[in-house]
Structures are given as C-alpha cells and as structure tokens.
Design a protein. Structure first.
Length: 186
C-alpha cells in the first residue's frame, strides 16, 4: 500500500520546524564530512602513541616505519596513504615527491602506505609518480589505514614524532604548503 506524501502546512508550524531541523542536520553532516576530509589536525591533549609498523614492501622485503615505541627514540616519520585508483592521490603524490626531492631531510623518514596488494600495477604506479621512498602494502581490509589509524579514505598523511606520538594528521589531498608546515614541525 503506497502512502500519501506528508503535507507541510504553514499554519501549524510543526512541518516547517521539521523541515528546518532536517536541513540543518544535513548541512551539519556535510560540513563535518568536509572538515574531516580536508583538514590537518593536531591530536587532542591526550597523546596518541603508536607502535612501530612492519608490513610487506611493495618492491619486496619488509618495510618498517621507524618511529620509536613509547620510551624509545626512533625517527620522526611521515606516512603517505594512497592508492593508484584514487584520483586525489594521483594529483597529490607528484607534488609531495617533488617537495621531498627539493627539501627532504635525513632526520625524517617518509614511508608510503599503498592501499593495494603487491602487484606489478601497484609498483608501476609508485614508479610513475617518482615515489622514491619505501612503500608498504596495506591491501583491503586496510589493517594499517583503517585498523590502526581509522582513516576515512585516501589520500591521508600522518605525521609521527620520534617517540611514536601522533603529531598531526591530514585527511584528504594535502597541499604542498600544509605538508611543508607539518613536515618542518617534526
């Protein structure tokens, strides 16, 4: 049985209030999605401490993210989360690799985290983007991207200090200026 669409009458005001509440909720949700997908944020006052990562390397072997475990100094590390099928990743990676070629620091490790299984296509994508950093493979179900970092999608960039503390995270395509600012702060 098909239902008649609800009638909104201006005399009661109830329909108008429901409409305004619905539009407000949709707008708030849209703004939240925009904020989550395009911002760089510092963690809350409660420090997020991460354990070092080791995953299969895109080009063989094991790739380790060298930031330190709690109480042990390691290396400040930037994790670049990407996938070849991700359009923003295709635009972002050449800018970041160009920046790193000109301004890379020996005291900061940069590690790519590819959201695909190790394959010739994944290796070709990283090579075509001139990604000259170690790349670990994190295929679905994205044990690192979703499981450890709870990232909303690709691309994402995570900045971790030498003691394993999460310093900043950028959700969505990062600009060169935002990358440079967070990179310099490590």
């Amino acid at each position: 049985m098909e239902r008649e669409p609800a009638q909104v009458t201006s005399s009661s005001g109830r329909g108008r209030k429901v409409l305004i509440a619905t539009v407000s909720a949709l707008l708030a949700g849209t703004l939240l999605v925009f904020a989550v997908t395009s911002t760089t944020s510092a963690p809350s006052k409660k420090a997020v401490v991460l354990a070092p990562l080791s995953m299969p390397g895109l080009f063989g072997g094991t790739v380790r993210a060298p930031f330190g475990a709690p109480g042990h100094k390691g290396t400040p590390t930037v994790l670049l989360f990407f996938a070849s099928w991700c359009t923003p990743c295709q635009a972002e990676l050449p800018r970041i690799t160009s920046y790193l070629a000109a301004h890379g620091r020996r005291d900061v490790a940069v590690v790519g985290v590819d959201g695909e299984a190790v394959s010739a296509a994944a290796r070709a994508f990283a090579a075509a983007k001139h990604l000259d950093v170690p790349v670990m493979s994190d295929p679905p179900p994205f044990r690192v991207a979703s499981g450890i970092f709870n990232l909303p999608g690709f691309p994402d960039t995570v900045f971790i200090d030498a003691t394993g503390h999460l310093v900043a995270a950028h959700f969505g395509e990062i600009t060169t200026a935002d990358f440079a600012h967070a990179y310099a702060a490590l």
